[in-house]
Design a protein around this ligand. Structure first.
Ligand SMILES: Cc1cc2nc3c(=O)[nH]c(=O)nc-3n(C[C@H](O)[C@H](O)[C@H](O)COP(=O)(O)O)c2cc1C
Length: 325
């Protein structure tokens, strides 16, 4: 969850990030995936984002990962390039020269040499993530950022090996996955947006996303992280309800053997259990629930396990705070 808290604009972790993530680890979150972290300065969504392109950023990440591991939490980093949605970029880039909305600048259409440079940026960030000791890299292929822009039949209007057919639109992601897989032996995830809230002819169909999922599995991805939206300034075209994105995770599960995670309005512990027990998804990710309540895991534990917190795993003072009046 982007905190947009890098006031110095240097892409380095700040005390706010340490406080935020360590508090969630104290709250017994099993795996924390750090917010979208840019592989290059112009790949940041805003200039207040985290980055992973230099040594100072890598050292601070290693320190945070070490502390989080000491608290028993696994750590992931989400690697991103924002493409045409990089609001503060010197030169926003994209597959083609279409802007995201009239409020955004027109992006520069990447040359093939520049695309190779971005793949190299992802490779280099993966090396840095390895040096920092992270357990998971989550490639941000969703929410209308650069990889999602390439995958789209609407935003990607290229007539070269990186555009045209679905397989060619997938080429950038394929090269990024391959490069990261060569540098990183931990768990490699990819987040995808499985609908753009457009009519069916203006976006990849679910069967096309299932093919992308199968290619990702073949390329060595360990988990698919199913999300939606972000390519256009459009909201869901159906009433948003608890677990509204889980049906997309279930669709992917039908196509692959690797686990698929779900996210989106899943802060009701009973509903989470229902989704898991009915094999609608293999893993649940919590976003806003953990912004609201760093002790959400304890809340879920209380709700699901006979209203009895596991005293031995939870910090003793937090335990008393949750249980005593
Ligand atoms: C403040 C905020 C920051 C977010 N930052 C990210 C991000 O860095 N990477 C990402 O993939 N999704 C990001 N999202 C989307 C969430 O990860 C999540 O998919 C979405 O909020 C729905 O899940 P939830 O109902 O559990 O919050 C962000 C959402 C919010 C509200």
């Amino acid at each position: 969850m982007c905190l947009y808290a890098v006031a110095q604009e240097d892409g380095e972790l700040t005390p706010i990030h340490y406080a935020h993530y360590l508090t969630r680890a104290m709250g017994q979150v099993g795996l924390i995936i750090l917010e979208a972290t840019a592989v290059t300065p112009d790949g940041r969504i805003t200039k207040n984002d985290l980055g992973l392109w230099n040594d100072a950023q890598t050292t601070k990440l290693r320190d945070l990962v070490t502390d989080l591991h000491q608290l028993g939490t696994k750590v992931g980093v989400q690697l991103n390039h924002a493409g045409r949605k990089a609001v503060d970029a010197v030169t926003p880039v994209a597959p083609s020269e279409q802007r995201y909305s009239p409020d955004y600048r027109q992006p520069h259409a990447l040359t093939i040499a520049e695309i190779h440079g971005i793949v190299a940026d992802f490779r280099s960030a993966a090396k840095r993530a390895t040096a920092a000791g992270v357990d998971v890299i989550d490639i941000h292929g969703a929410h209308g950022y650069l990889i999602d822009q390439f995958l789209s039949p609407v935003v990607n209007q290229r007539h070269d090996p990186y555009g045209g057919s679905l397989r060619d639109r997938y080429r950038l992601l394929h090269e990024i996955v391959t490069a990261i897989r060569e540098e990183f032996s931990g768990s490699l995830w990819t987040r995808l947006s499985l609908t753009d809230y457009q009519t069916s002819t203006q976006q990849n169909s679910l069967s096309e996303w299932q093919r992308v999922a199968q290619w990702l599995e073949a390329d060595g991805v360990d988990l698919l992280d199913a999300s939606t939206g972000g390519l256009f300034p459009l909201k869901p075209n159906f009433p948003v309800h608890d677990g509204y994105q889980t049906k997309f995770a279930t669709k992917l599960k039908h196509a692959v053997d690797i686990p698929v995670s779900t996210v989106g309005l899943l802060d009701n512990p009973g509903l989470c259990e229902y989704v898991l027990q009915n094999h609608q998804a293999d893993l649940i990710l919590e976003g806003r629930a953990l912004l609201r309540n760093p002790n959400w895991v304890a809340t879920a534990d209380l709700a699901l396990h006979d209203h009895h917190l596991k005293r031995d795993t939870f910090n003793q003072s937090y335990y008393r705070g949750m249980n005593e009046r």
